[in-house]
Ligand binder design. Sequence first.
Ligand SMILES: Nc1ncnc2c1ncn2[C@@H]1O[C@H](COP(=O)(O)OP(=O)(O)OP(=O)(O)O)[C@@H](O)[C@H]1O
Length: 320
Amino acid sequence: MTDTRDDTVISIVGLTKRFNGRTVVDDVALEVRRGEIVGFLGPNGSGKTTTIRMICGLLKPDSGSGTCLGLDILTQSTLIKREVGYMTQRFSFYEDLTIRENLDFVARVYDLDDRQKRVAETIARLGLERRRDQLAGSLSGGWKQRLALAASVMHQPKLLLLDEPTAGVDPQARREFWDEIHRLAAEGLTVLVSTHYMDEAERCHRIVYIAYGRIVARGTVAEVIDRSGLSTIVVSGANVNRIAALVRGRDGVEQVAPFGNDLHVVGPDAALLKQAVDAAVAEVGGGVTAVPGATGLEDVFIRLMQQASVEDRAGNGRRP
Ligand SMILES: Nc1ncnc2c1ncn2[C@@H]1O[C@H](COP(=O)(O)OP(=O)(O)OP(=O)(O)O)[C@@H](O)[C@H]1O
């Protein structure tokens, strides 16, 4: 039943969901191809989880249509669920069972054939051998997360949905987790991941930024930064605090943020931004250097969030 004509894994249009009369996902369209890792970013409550749940058939949209793995999201949700792995923010295990026993339990829930073989293969595939007989309750955050990943891919899904999978996990474990995700994607698994972390966004092939239920930016990280049109000036030196106070609120300056000993000053018009910073530098009488710098994804997201917030407050064609 799966569509084999092309590599399209997710194809949805007009996806909309309301809760208690409030629109939390608004006319979302999305195309995802096989083997892609697509990051879902956006402020808290912007509709990332709700969108993911509608795509995988866990939640019915109020309107919109489309396919996931070639199956209709409105009428074939039971079949979709079988082909999807879903790792939620708060994964739970039996703490008094070992890794192997927990995976065996999951294999029973999925009613998998050749259970023992499947569990052993999954343990090997996710590098869990050394910890196989350790109680889940005694695992560190990174290993628990690895166990959660193992549990969500054991039934060999074609699409993996990760909802903030590395919240609270240290950088080393997070890096290993992402190496694993890339390995799985290279094998053909498609991954949709929601995250608040910039470094995770940067590890996605493509990102989608959603605010107030609407997609407001999409593309590769480089494309999203480029299309924002933002420029950045990095100011360093003894007087950066004074510069910060002086440039805030000036024409052309949208964001002023200290990064260690430097100050990042960001704005949408490179010439105006330079004027504002130059004026502040002249006012403090030197002691600083100001050079063009690379605009970061975080700066872009802050801008997108602020813009979306203004538009949302203005009503801007938003349906009830
Ligand atoms: N079952 C529900 N009933 C009522 N409101 C809901 C329900 N599920 C989600 N919401 C609301 O819908 C909005 C979007 O929630 P959602 O969980 O999709 O956002 P999110 O982008 O995943 O947020 P976060 O980054 O905090 O996880 C929120 O305001 C949330 O409170």
